[in-house]
Design a protein around this ligand. Sequence first.
Ligand SMILES: Nc1ncnc2c1ncn2[C@@H]1O[C@H](COP(=O)(O)OP(=O)(O)OP(=O)(O)O)[C@@H](O)[C@H]1O
Length: 587
Amino acid sequence: MDRCGIIRGISGPVIKAESKVPTRLYEVVRVGKEGLLGEVIRIRGSFVDVQVYEDTTGLRVGEPVVFSGELLSVELGPGVLGTVLDGIGRPLSRIGAEDGIFLKRGFAAPTVPRDLKWKFVPLMQEGQEFFPGDVYGVMVDVGGFQHKLMIPPMAKPGKVAWIAAEGEYKAEDLLFESTQGLSLCCVQKWNVRVSRPFKERLPFNEPLITGQRILDTLFPVALGGASVVPGGFGTGKTVTQQSLAKWCNADIIIYIGCGERGNEMTEVLEEFPHLKDPRTGKALMDRMILIANTSNMPVAAREASIYLGMTLAEYFRDMGNNVAIMADSTSRWAEALREISGRLEEMPGEEGYPAYLSSRLSQYYERAGRVKVLCSDEREGSITVINAVSPPGGDFSEPVTQASLRLSGAFWALDKSLAQKRHFPSINWHLSYTLYEHSLSDYFNRKLGAQWSELVLWLRELLEDEKKLEELVQIVGRDALEELDRWKLHLAWLVKSFYLQQNAFDDKDAFCPLEKQKLLLEFFKEMDCKVVDKVKEGVLFSQIQRIPIQMWLEEMRKLQVEEMQTKKHEYITALDRELDSLEVIRS
Ligand SMILES: Nc1ncnc2c1ncn2[C@@H]1O[C@H](COP(=O)(O)OP(=O)(O)OP(=O)(O)O)[C@@H](O)[C@H]1O
């Protein structure tokens, strides 16, 4: 008990302690008789303020605090994928059963399980040279995932003295020794507030394919980029993030339920373990980590949860994976920051948030990116951030939305009026934007051909024209529109209903591959050209309306890509037939 102190004051999750020894910022502390986990967040002479990650009810002044000398770290290693962690890395999925519904205070459990064994395959030989980040072996993790075991980033280069033979090993079994005395087991520790080093940042060159038509077509986010999903109450933030978690093409998904309602997290916890990964057919959870920190869980742990998620993301990135990290929601995280700041009696900034809100957020966003990872070969990996923001009253000018907007490259604005019309995803195509379009154009041209950019431009113009026409309709009324403009409005309605809308709960519609997006857009554009020609010849819009286009689109929306090719051809032929049969009425 030589590194200890005494509690002098308690204010919710923040305690003031007097320390007999010098302490350092962000040092981990065990607080009170129950040993609640906390972290030093301010030092004033011999007094320190500690934010406590567990419920402080019943804590008394005079109880001891013990300074660990370590910084808040998370264990990295096999057995973490597929689990549910709390905001400070305790594996909820493994400890729930014996300990009742709620965690006991002061409960400590290692993130990497100690009772499991994993198959280890060495990839280095004795005498071989190594550098930080090099892979010395793999362990077969949940679902057959090849978990690369890497030399820790801060280790010095050296030579292998001994490496364990192929076989099954537990978390703390020795696997590797170097001639300079470096000994490794499969567990590494990393300070959650410090980003893991990498060799160099790479430019964006590939999109995160989400399978959501409006996002992939109009507002793509790059692998390694960052996007925000702001939206008022009930506009679909959670469903959008969950759809991305289910369908996007990242190798690893880290989903942080940050201050959301418990029953929303329950839905995730109940639904995700039963979902199949559309790419591998295995359980989706095998490539996911869920971090659960619901609104009734300690507020300080919510503050830590996003750093924990990011550290896990960096670890899997360093193995050479594309990782997507989703936090729902940044606003609840910022509220935690505000609460702690209030307890510390700091000077409040805009809307009561601390002045350092932006810099803290940027510390998180800056850890995203596409990088060459630290190692002697050419491994690359990426972290893509997709953060929900819940601005009070749906007001995007509030500080959290504005700070997130400055730090991200894609902005997917959810619109209450679309949500009220049950148009989902309720992403407003006039307010949303992406800054990645230019960096991704080569990828789309290669993958979908040069026509893709023409199709996207055509769609954007149509949506812009529709906006202008709707303004005109407000003034002159729909009946005063020309036949061609009436068709254009109808076409925009078809595009909105059958392309931009996508039902996350319909198995056949929830995911739309890029090739299918292209086929659908081609159909819309071809149809437009044909109808416009016919209307110019003198056919009336009311005659066009009788063609069963809606029925065709409804059917096509649910087809697989392969069937779509033939069906598109069939429907274009049917359209030609229908248009030919129309009598020219106007001269
Ligand atoms: N893509 C979608 N497809 C179909 N329905 C959707 C979609 N997105 C949202 N919804 C509907 O909208 C409802 C609200 O969505 P969600 O819970 O995601 O909103 P939220 O913005 O996270 O809400 P809160 O502000 O309460 O957290 C869902 O229950 C669902 O019925």
